[in-house]
Design a protein around this ligand. Structure first.
Ligand SMILES: C[S@@+](CC[C@H](N)C(=O)[O-])C[C@H]1O[C@@H](n2cnc3c(N)ncnc32)[C@H](O)[C@@H]1O
Length: 366
């Protein structure tokens, strides 16, 4: 088999397929996608022998926008005996090297909810069996490939592997975040996930720390502001809508009732610009580009709300426009984009200047 498998948000399979088509061709790995609407995954069948393997190593997972996980699929087992699913799975691994980790997974769809309970339970005896058969190491943080079992039905499973240096570290590619009970909106999890996704933890002490300032455009009722306040920042929250009282009582928030497209900092520029305004992607892209052009912030995280159709094309267009603006500026700008688990019809984008960040990093450690 020469298939790559991608997990994605159900409903975004066509966008995932368009993206992989584009990026695999750029690496000269030609093939075609098999797409089932709302299945939560896409299969990319490569024409060239070992191209799936090549892509799994060379296509940077971090740069994929719609993928939650990327793996090489090597076996499909169906019609499993429900009394003993373990034996054929162990047999299917004949000739394969030892894996570093096991993940028993399923699609992130309503239909598969029951299956995911089964997967959780099944992983315990299977892990034991694989260890006894010498197919799974017992060590923590093993850097060998991760074995994925993707259950389609209770008697049908696909086997694949991913590389720990080029995959999502989470089961089903989904980070499990707990909703903080005192946060004013569920949107708070979007910014929290974005911080996990884009900011290495070791950078938190100088990129997500107290003493920094932030502007939050489209802030009401305050889910994103909450994340910034929690990290000790002073926040200017721009929105005509109300902000949660508890946030205002922290003394860390200044509420400005103004149009987010017109607002600009008057005294000191903030470190962070975050923006969750519901608007056309082109307008948001233009606004963010202006902030960087005018040197008004150091880092930005913002959402692009996507249209109903041709969402990958829309994303690529806007990211290209932004890139063009940033190339004109002095600096070494990085743009990262991802459809996060907590995103719905949107993606999250992160922009920063690598040169400025390097200076900040060396300042922080000298
Ligand atoms: C998705 S909500 C933001 C939720 C917020 N991030 C949170 O976590 O609670 C979008 C917000 O953008 C605001 N908004 C839309 N257009 C705006 C504009 N032109 N200027 C300021 N705020 C705007 C709306 O009032 C709304 O409160």
């Amino acid at each position: 088999m020469n298939h790559l498998m991608f997990y994605c948000r159900p409903g975004f399979e066509k966008d995932m397929a368009a993206e992989i088509q584009d990026k695999a061709v750029a690496l000269e790995c030609f093939g075609f996608s098999r797409v089932v609407d709302n299945s939560g995954f896409v299969l990319y069948e490569c024409y060239g022998e070992s191209d799936a393997e090549k892509l799994a190593r060379r296509l940077p997972f971090r740069e994929l926008i719609f993928a939650r996980q990327m793996l090489v699929m090597f076996k499909q087992l169906s019609g499993l005996d429900l009394q003993d699913r373990i034996t054929p799975i162990v047999e299917a691994l004949e000739g394969m090297p030892e894996f570093g980790e096991l993940r028993v997974e399923t699609a992130d769809t309503n239909e598969a909810k029951e299956l995911s309970t089964f997967c959780r339970k099944f992983s315990v005896p299977l892990r034991q069996a694989l260890r006894s058969a010498g197919k799974l190491s017992g060590e923590e943080n093993d850097r060998r490939p991760v074995l994925h079992l993707f259950f389609l039905k209770n008697d049908t499973v696909w086997l694949g592997y991913s590389y720990p240096n080029n995959n999502s570290p989470y089961l089903m590619g989904i980070p499990r975040l707990r909703f903080p009970s005192d946060a004013p909106s569920r949107s708070t999890l979007k910014l929290e996930e974005a911080f996990y996704m884009f900011i290495p933890v070791e950078d938190d002490e100088y990129r997500l720390c107290s003493g920094l300032t932030a502007v939050d455009l489209g802030a009401s009722p305050g889910g994103w502001t909450y994340q910034l306040v929690k990290r000790g920042m002073m926040v200017t929250a721009v929105d005509n809508g109300p902000m949660a009282e508890a946030l205002m009582e922290t003394g860390q928030v200044k509420h400005v009732m103004e149009d987010g497209f017109k607002y600009r900092p008057t005294k000191k520029n903030p470190y962070w610009l975050v923006c969750d305004m519901v608007e056309k992607p082109a307008r948001i892209t233009h606004l963010i580009a202006q902030w960087f052009r005018d040197g008004l912030c150091q880092e930005a995280i913002f959402n692009l709300k996507l249209p109903m159709k041709k969402r990958y094309a829309e994303v690529e267009h806007n990211l290209a426009v932004l890139k063009e603006w940033l190339t004109e500026l002095e600096g070494d700008y990085v743009i990262q984009a991802k459809q996060l688990y907590h995103d719905r019809e949107e993606i999250t984008v992160h922009v920063y200047d690598e040169r400025k960040l390097a200076r900040r990093r060396s300042g922080a450690f000298n």
